[in-house]
Design a protein around this ligand. Sequence first.
Ligand code: ADP
Ligand code: MG
Length: 155
Amino acid sequence: MRDPVTAYVALGANLGKPAQAVCDALVQIGELPETKVVRHSSLYRSAPVDSSGPDYVNAVAEIATRLDAVELLRQLQLIETAAGRERPYRNAPRTLDLDLLLYGGARIDSARLQVPHPRMGERAFVLVPLAEIAPGLVPPGQLDAVSGQGLTLLK
Ligand code: ADP
Ligand code: MG
């Protein structure tokens, strides 16, 4: 059997009960086949970036998985769908968004999956929770560059 791969998943939600949706998704990710959640960040609140509607709740999870990257994305999309995710238009508000940030050291550039996630370096709501659980993965300069984006710890 293949060795487990360390991967990072960004969770976000801004419709319905977003904090509940993120917590439920963390549990469901840990229940995926061949997958466990190693650690996850605090929950954060952020104003929508390139999107609209209520504030988002965001978090990042580190997982260990034996699923390959494409199968992992498919499983994450099933969790999104089960949470009532609809895609009426690009960047629409969402009940749950699960993005694969990193999959080991893999670089993937296919139509369905790009890893590392192409926009992760621009977004405080990804970089701050990622730096909380894996500081070595986020250069300080990159964190400084997004520090103006409003992001608060969710109490
Ligand atoms: P958003 O870019 O706002 O997260 P969606 O969640 O609707 O938008 O994702 C759109 C598409 O992005 C998905 O159908 C998926 O195939 C593709 N995609 C490419 N790379 C990734 C990735 N690393 N993580 C999640 N989805 C990805
Ligand atoms: Mg997504």
